[in-house]
Design a protein around this ligand. Structure first.
Ligand SMILES: [Zn+2]
Length: 273
């Protein structure tokens, strides 16, 4: 792990708030451009775009080429991650520079992410405090989006934060291709298919706190206890660590073995099935 150097306005290098690496930074101004003739901006609505994605998936399942949709799907994923990027094809003319708005960009090759500053404070990405852990770097972007939103609301409404964290674990279940009509059923499915007991319990803790059901006498009422909500962040990170990071480490170790040994692992697995 490289040394931690807190980000600062105009600093030529600091620890990136996205990837954590100590990296050289590029600096930019922010410009604003008018919306369309109806005084609206084009908002990339996830629901509207779903039909396009469905069409592409249908074509793919019929074995037809989806080359035409490829760029489009990639662009969709970038929009829905909630992160900042620019569309190379947009050649529209820029108008006014917005003063006091600055943007830095991490030059680390696998990050290249933008940080947005207003005057000398970072407004994006969400800044985590000592009470809330930053998201595990392996957390999928679609989950991170709600994790960050939960971080923004937790002080005003621990209950709203818990509901958002519940949504995070719901998406994580989908990530594991869990079957079931609701979150409870999905967790049950994963457990039946070999999910570790500890991880299953973690899923259930977030599920129950997040649906507002933990309101019987003697239980903790979230609105009175942001501390409990803070712990839920840790549990979501723990789940990501167990179901994604751990797997990744095993894969990395596997691929560092000679090919013959890799094949042996796969064959042994086949045998035990
Ligand atoms: Zn970075």
């Amino acid at each position: 792990m490289s040394k931690y150097m807190p980000p600062a306005i105009n600093a030529s290098a600091f620890s990136c708030p996205h990837c954590g690496a100590y990296a050289r930074q590029e600096w930019f101004y922010g410009y604003i451009k008018e919306g369309n003739e109806n005084n609206k901006v084009f908002f990339w609505d996830e629901k509207e775009q779903k039909s396009w994605l469905k069409r592409a998936r249908d074509r793919e399942s019929r074995g037809e080429s989806i080359d035409f949709y490829k760029d489009f799907i990639e662009l969709n994923q970038k929009y829905f991650s909630g992160g900042l990027f620019y569309d190379e094809s947009d050649q529209g003319k820029m108008s006014r520079r917005l003063e006091n708005l600055y943007i830095s960009r991490c030059t680390s090759e696998d990050c290249r992410k933008f940080t947005v500053w207003v005057y000398d404070k970072i407004v994006y990405p969400v800044q985590f405090t000592s009470s809330i852990e930053p998201p595990n770097p392996d957390m999928p972007d679609e989950v991170k989006r709600f994790y960050e939103e939960a971080c923004l609301v937790v002080r005003d409404s621990p209950r709203a934060a818990a509901a958002l964290l519940r949504l995070c674990v719901d998406i994580l279940c989908d990530h594991l291709k869990a079957k079931g009509n609701d979150l409870n059923a999905k967790i049950g499915y994963l457990f039946e298919n070999g999910l570790d007991k500890r991880v299953q319990e973690s899923f259930d803790i977030v599920r129950l706190h997040g649906n507002g059901a933990v309101h019987e006498p003697g239980t903790i009422i979230l609105e009175d206890s942001p501390d409990t909500a803070f712990k839920l962040f840790r549990i979501v990170n723990y789940i990501v660590d167990r179901i994604i990071s751990n797997d990744k480490h095993i894969e990395t170790m596997k691929f560092s073995l000679p090919e013959r040994d890799q094949r042996k692992i796969e064959r042994d697995n086949g045998k035990s099935n």
